[in-house]
Design a protein around this ligand. Structure first.
Ligand SMILES: O=C(O)CCC(=O)C(=O)O
Length: 260
């Protein structure tokens, strides 16, 4: 299995059980707190949580106990091999897929609605064992090679952006069962999905997405550099054209529209 050939790699045993059990109890507290739907003082800065669907957004910024996960050096070394020495945290979320909540995720590629941005690398960190029964990820190996596919949006659906995929390609789909502590690193061009959690077992995962600093586009908030090599010769490469106020406003509207 190589990232180039398959579009993903599986890192085994990145997080130890001791550490994961602490994270799990923190997550239990966090979910119980989020379910109370209290007034959120951070609301204007971050995307609204989707508690029922099992997605809590921007947990890296909101809850410091997630930071060591996204900053794990083994994981960042792998990302650095793909993206180079300068990359930032693009988005992040806790995906806890509660039981029997119609939380199947259809076949898609990530960030389909932002075709002009460079590749993003996803790291999907298993906090529990992820199995066929509790809705582990499914992938189509090698599907990243053709870039973005034709896609459509189902308005109002939780996972609204889907791709058109033919049966021949679906034959190659495989489940990625993971042990708690494993991390799947994959390209945003990789076609993936997951089934509903029909088991009594939790399926919690932390998802952190990274992007190269070829520009500093980010859906919300401000970029957080995760690795940064201040090589003076290279700094000039990042110089971008001055954007007019109108262009900045259009970007903001575009980013907002892609989240609804
Ligand atoms: O966690 C899941 O079930 C799906 C996650 C996913 O599709 C993604 O990370 O883009």
């Amino acid at each position: 299995m190589t990232f180039e050939k398959d579009g993903f790699i599986l890192l085994k045993g990145v997080f130890e059980e001791n550490y994961l059990s602490q994270i799990r109890s923190k997550i239990d507290e966090l979910i119980a707190y989020s379910q109370k739907e209290l007034l959120d003082p951070l609301d204007e800065h971050f995307l609204k949580h989707r508690v029922d669907n099992g997605v809590l957004y921007d947990v890296y910024q909101r809850h410091p106990f997630f930071r060591p996960m996204a900053e794990n050096p083994v994981l960042l070394d792998e990302v650095e091999k793909i993206l180079g020495a300068n990359f930032y945290l693009y988005v992040n979320s806790l995906l806890y897929k509660p039981k029997s909540k119609n939380n199947e995720v259809p076949w898609h590629q990530d960030f389909l609605s932002r075709p002009n941005e460079s590749e993003k690398i996803l790291t999907w960190m298993a906090i529990d064992n992820a199995t066929k029964e509790n809705g582990c990820l499914k992938v189509i190996p090698g599907s990243h090679k053709k870039g973005f596919r034709d896609w459509y949006r189902v308005k109002g659906a939780t996972h609204h952006d889907r791709i058109k995929i033919d049966d021949a390609e679906l034959q190659n789909a495989s489940y990625v069962e993971m042990k708690a502590g494993d991390v799947l690193v994959f390209s945003n061009y990789l076609i993936h999905s997951s089934d509903e959690n029909n088991s009594d077992l939790p399926r919690r995962a932390f998802r952190a997405v990274f992007k190269k600093l070829d520009d500093a586009k980010i859906p919300r908030g401000a970029p957080i550099m995760m690795r940064s090599n201040l090589n003076l010769e290279k700094v000039g490469q990042f110089k971008t054209e001055q954007k007019s106020t109108a262009k900045k406003l259009l970007n903001r509207i575009g980013n907002y529209l892609s989240t609804i």
